[in-house]
Design a protein around this ligand. Sequence first.
Ligand code: BEZ
Ligand code: FE
Length: 289
Amino acid sequence: MRTVTAENITETFINYFGENTDPRTKEIMSSLAKHLHNFVKETHLTHDEWRHGLELLKWTGDITTDERNEFVLLSDVLGISSLVDMINTHPVATSSSVLGPFHISDAPPMEIGTDFKRHYEGEVILVEGTVKDTEGNAIAGASVDIWQTAPNGLYSSQDEEQDIHSFHGVFTTDENGRYAFTTIRPVSYTVPSDGPVGKLLDATGRHPWRPSHLHYIVNAPGYHSLVTEVFPDDDPYLDQDTVFGVREDLVTTYLPQPAGTFPKEGFELSGKVDESYSRIDFDPILLAK
Ligand code: BEZ
Ligand code: FE
């Protein structure tokens, strides 16, 4: 095409693809071009506005390191990470939800019943559940990788006060598919807002808060990996998670348990908790491959 116009540029773009282009790449790039070209026309984008957008992307690249991927955060606050999760979740398996940037790959293995909170103070939370398949059968030997914030709202990789393994651990389900541990309440916290994503949130009058949650990655041979989160039903940010991670089946109640009822055995804290505590029951459901 010699004379390119606003009317034919999308078709021209698609016609430029080489004959051997992989069909899925062609489908994705054609659709992306259609939407981007329409976006430019629909908003009547000015040169200044486009330059601003490119500067934001450059800043996103400049601030990105191995520890902080601002592109992932950008995808999260735009709702793209969550949309990809939602359209790829099977209706009878547990919903997936954002991974976030604070998972560590070498979390320590933990015995069922371990106390996760170590020296941290706060109400004891007992978390227990069974990893199941979509038919309701327990899955023994599944790995359940869990992480959360400390009471100051920071993950270990953000906080000089914590060692890197603090509030991170990997459990292996027993012959009944069960995992269990104790911890303290995770807290609501803000996503990093000192970079381009913070600027974007500011410009659109949005806050950077997430409701409190426990992160899970559950794996078992023969099943799809599940990356998800569990939220308490009383968190003030449940209806306005800045990364759109909340799903109905991921909201649980922290059930208050009276003083004197903590299990007498099976937990590192057995015999050490006289006061009231809360419990969370969460059964991750995995989809077979
Ligand atoms: C998190 O839950 O750890 C998280 C998710 C998305 C962006 C930032 C943090
Ligand atoms: Fe998180």
